[in-house]
Design a protein around this ligand. Structure first.
Ligand code: KIV
Length: 255
């Protein structure tokens, strides 16, 4: 494998309008190496690790300790891609000291940036974190940490009011200094309008093609998830291949 140039938050910002960005989740050293070898620009240690690899129902029970454990494992791959870690449920809502301390711990574990869910409500916190030296990626539209308040996962920005709210959220977070913003489950027309209004890249997931880049959960892409969302078309069937390999070996052992 050839040496790759390290990607920074500056490179991500500069990609706006110049090239489409490819982001993937990674939860350990193996998935980090695969994602970088496949050409990912950024690796997100997403709190989706709760439902993707820890057997939890959603990201709400994911703790800072879990995020630190998996961030350190991804960092051990020494990825050329930018390493971003999610700030887990509720931490950003307690106090500034608490969120700054969580970000510092994630960065000591190897994260080069953090991702925080929230819009206009979270912009003042993001501005203070950025001033403290913590690069922040925003996350607007569907915010999975709000699943209990929302009563499920849904599309955002289909009505004019919701589209305006998503736009205001994204602009506030960008104004606060975020270097990029994930837009989850946005109605495609809203995603396109937000992308055009933003000075930083909009990274879409389930938001149509008119974004500055896309992010997917690596287990969905590789065919390791039982019920991937409809927008995440698997490009491989690794679960089937794994079961066939195990069954073949088991038959040989028993025979
Ligand atoms: O936690 C996560 O993996 C995410 C992505 C799906 C954007 O937030």
């Amino acid at each position: 494998m050839s040496e790759k140039t390290k990607i920074t938050t500056k490179d991500i910002r500069r990609a706006k309008g110049a090239r489409r960005l490819v982001w993937l989740t990674a939860y350990d050293t193996v998935t980090a190496r695969l994602a970088v070898a496949g050409g990912a620009d950024a690796l997100l240690v997403g709190d989706s690790l709760g439902n993707t690899i820890l057997g939890l129902e959603n990201s709400v029970p994911v703790t800072l300790e879990m995020m630190l454990h998996h961030t350190a494992a991804v960092a051990r791959a020494k990825p050329a891609a930018l390493l971003i870690a999610d700030v887990p449920f509720a931490i950003a809502h307690y106090s500034f000291d608490r969120v700054l301390d969580a970000c510092a711990q994630l960065m000591r574990a190897g994260a080069e940036a953090v991702k925080i869910e929230g819009g206009t409500d979270m912009a003042p916190v993001i501005a203070r974190l950025v001033a403290a030296g913590v690069p922040v990626c925003g996350h607007v539209g569907l915010q999975p940490q709000q699943v209990f308040r929302l009563g499920g996962y849904k599309k955002f920005g289909a009505s004019a009011d919701e589209a305006e709210q998503v736009r205001a959220d994204a602009l506030a977070v960008a104004e606060a200094g975020a270097f990029a913003i994930v837009g989850e489950m946005l109605a495609p027309a809203t995603a396109a309008a937000v992308r055009d209004a933003l000075p930083v890249p909009l990274i879409g997931i389930g938001s149509g093609a008119d974004c500055d880049g896309q992010i997917l959960v690596i287990h969905d892409l590789l065919g390791l998830t039982e019920n991937p969302p409809p927008f995440a078309k698997p490009r491989a069937r690794l679960a089937d291949a794994a079961v066939a390999a195990i069954a073949g070996w088991a038959a040989e052992v028993r025979g």
